[in-house]
Design a protein around this ligand. Sequence first.
Ligand code: K7E
Ligand code: CUA
Length: 622
Amino acid sequence: MSPRTRLLSAGALLTATLLTPACRPPGSRAAAASATSPAASTYVAPGAKDQFYLFYSGGHSGQVYVAGLPSMRHIATIPVFARYPATGYGYDEESRKMLGEFTWGDMHHPGLSQTDGRYDGRWLFVNDNANNRVARIDLRDFKTRQILGPIPNSSGTHGSSFVTENTEYVLVATRFSIPLPKGRYADPQRYEAEFSGMVSGLAVDPKSGTLSVGWQILTPPFNWDLGSTGKGPSSGWAFWTSYNSEMAGTGLEANATRLDRDYAAIVNWRAAEQAIKDGKGTLTGGVPMIDPAKVPGVMYFLPVPKSPHGIDTDPSGRWIVASGKLQPVASVFDFEKIRQAIDRHEFTGNVRGVPVLNYEALLEGDVPVGLGPLHTQYDGKGNAYTSLFVESAVAKWRLPPWSPEDRKDLNKVVLDKIPVHYNIGHLVIGGSDTREPYGQYLVAMNKLSKGRHVSVGPSQPESSELIDITGSKMGLLAEAFTEPEPHFAQILKADRITPIEVYPKGENHDADAVWSADQTGITRTGNKVVVKMMAIRSKFVPDVIEAHAGDEITIHLTNVEQTTDMIHGLGIVEHDMNVVVDPGETKTVRFKANKTGVYPFYCTNFCSALHQEMQGYLAVKP
Ligand code: K7E
Ligand code: CUA
């Protein structure tokens, strides 16, 4: 750089410094102004990009919402468990087959795939509490590629999607218990005798990511709740809380809150895997199931505070934190002690053959975090952050090891508290469930927004708040709104992945793909009409489909474009049909031409100046 250009760029830098709120020199008046407007640090200028992806569960919309961090801007929706006409999901044959007989799902916990305990950017797994399914989204193209389920013997797959350190398994526990095998009737009054819960290990094919049921472990009819997987000293283990250790079939509000403690399950998933290899499972509902009473070493119960919700392993894998929503504490357990107790067979008894560990002996401490603790996340710097539903706040506290002074009064390890608006459920810190949390931002996912936005009538959104956790005090930065009901989210560094934006023509192995007008055409066999159609700016070839009433029509539609963002859609008037094809993609739709008449079809994605002209006719003769 010449002295002159250096001078020029120094001048430019000075100007930029004066103009850019985020870069003002400290101590200046401007710095004071930006300190009063922390949102400036979340500002992502037009054309600039976010540093992180935020993958929100879309709750009972069944979809995943993708936002950017720190801007909190909604960028995309990935449809998973419900039709989504915007991307044509649930209309073409492939996605219709994946959705099966269901029109919705209740998504709770997205989980990113990991290699060596770190996000590897390959897949995002999500669960459906309502219809007992788990799905895999491929982050190469942000598309749902598999929906597994309904999972046999499993009812209410809420305790999911917890991914093991090298994505060997996605682990699932049942929220509800049912009489097994599925479909058998039993009187809910005979709940304790007749109903069973289940923990499932969904094996993940290391190359393709394909999910299949690897093994299951039969459990008493507790209601399994949240879980997490181990790492480091707890590598090969997984944890779930439960409520209803009372095994009440009805009136759970009162009947499942009688006892002072409930049980957490401590599962040795490597032992479960080995037990299946050794032939110790019995085929039940088509999948191998382990009865833990007959196969020692796969499952243990640990008493935890009353009606717990979250149980979260810290990034070191040593500290396991369970939050009892009806007790104002987060209970910390030392996995190394748990491991020793298991090795020495130090149990206080058993429940249906599953050994019970000694709560008092294994408890490291009850941290008085505040009212209604639900979930805990970690910043990787020795701090934990627990969401407090009742108190509507986030508590920051220090993980062990604690000094003898700390132990005398664990209030001392509670470092900070910040109110959120209102009534937080989950919270997320990037990488909290890995060995290396990002530890920069925390997103509080609040259940109620209570009018912190222009009114939209009685059906209200939820609110999310972005919190800076880099300082000793947490700082509220920004607020955004989402549709109901984002239970959990994952944060991924944006530079961790490079999604494709065009399907390369060479990768399209669809036998019915067409790449030029002369490959297109319509063939008829009996009453079956097969159309090979091409979409290109700004026409469909062919643009007239002749049929007879009662014909079955199959359209293989190829978008021959190889340019980013050149997406075409095919909407057929009064046929409840919209297929959307991305560049280089072929999709197939099939329907009955039931009605005589002429039905226009048209491109649903604005693709060019002549997009409006991109149309044709389905002409159906009597
Ligand atoms: Cu707490 Cu389903 Cu994770 Cu909602 S659950 S909050
Ligand atoms: Cu193609 Cu609009």
